[in-house]
Design a protein around this ligand. Sequence first.
Ligand SMILES: Cc1ncc(COP(=O)(O)O)c(C=O)c1O
Length: 402
Amino acid sequence: MPYSYATHLECSATGERHEVAVLQGLSRAGKPLLVRYDLAALRRNVARADIEARPLNLWRWRELLPVPDAAHEVSLGEVETPLIELRNSERPAGFAPPTVKDEGRLPTGSFKARGLALAVSMASVFGVRRVAIPTNGNAGAAMAAYAARAGMEAFCFCPDDTPEINLSEIALQGARVWRVNGLINDCARLVGLGKERFGWFDMSTLKEPYRIEGKKTMGLELAAQSRWQLPDVVFYPTGGGTGLIGMWKAWSELAALGWIEGPLPRLVAVQSTGCAPIVRAFEAGAESATPWQNAHTIASGIRVPAAIGDFLILRALRETRGFALAVEDAAIERARTEVAGKDGLLLSPEGAATYAAYLAAARDGRIRPSDRVILFNCASGLKYPMPPVTARMDLARPFADG
Ligand SMILES: Cc1ncc(COP(=O)(O)O)c(C=O)c1O
């Protein structure tokens, strides 16, 4: 029985086939490549129940991942992330509580572990020694961790205002890291400039085909956790969009396997009003997005002015009858405070953006009271700045201020 059922890679724009047994970057047309599997053979040989009988981790999906053998799986303990209902946080009257899929429990505290575990594993299959990445923080931290584990050298380029903790965790995990006086797309240019000269493999999102396969496991996992009855609506904080495209791909594969039935969940791309290229393109009916000028938001992970997979994100939204929605930073902060205080769940600003978007969509009728809703919190809230605490108590005068 094959370990992986990957057969080839396909250009997402032209459909041209590329070899699976070769380290790949972009397609010959300069577009993202997607890994394809022999789903007919997999359907004959493997049952849903076989997967369910395995330990609850990312590697239980190995037939639907490209890593060719167990020896090349670079792992730091990629657990299945929990689903947590927001029972106490505010919601419009009559609405069922939304559920958070909390990706903050993964190694390095974010969902980037899924993609980078796969990308570093595949890099190790092909003998890569040096990897480089433009990163808003979490992806760099995950790459640094997995590269350290695999004995590779790692180089990370971060926008100036990347959260301090991300820079420190990247450095402590053995990578070289620089602050760059620009945004993520400027950092990507630096990786492009240096890759020939320094012999780096470019780990930029969707510029190599393996990270999306790791992110795909969010969709696979959600299917298994929902007993193969997918929810109605999924709100996803969208930067490069790898997770959103990955889940859409996951569900298409599961549908082809006959493991799920019925319409796919409506996908909702959540962005900030300070950087909303996908929302603008969606509303204009465009097939791709134009770069956003002067991008700014406290949700650094979704501050992506131009996404190479924009046309795939837009296609996924339209094909699932979903939509795109931008929320203000002030609403993100209010949402974070609400969910932390009422439900005890410390969301990342990006995760809080999905809750703010859920409230907005519930109020304007874009989702229905009976909809089963999933909100993605893609990183632990502990990785981001929090309001300072100023209260003090003097032991010599306890409770003196009442
Ligand atoms: C916490 C968090 N949420 C969401 C995103 C956006 O993810 P994607 O690139 O899959 O759109 C990122 C990316 O950096 C992130 O760190």
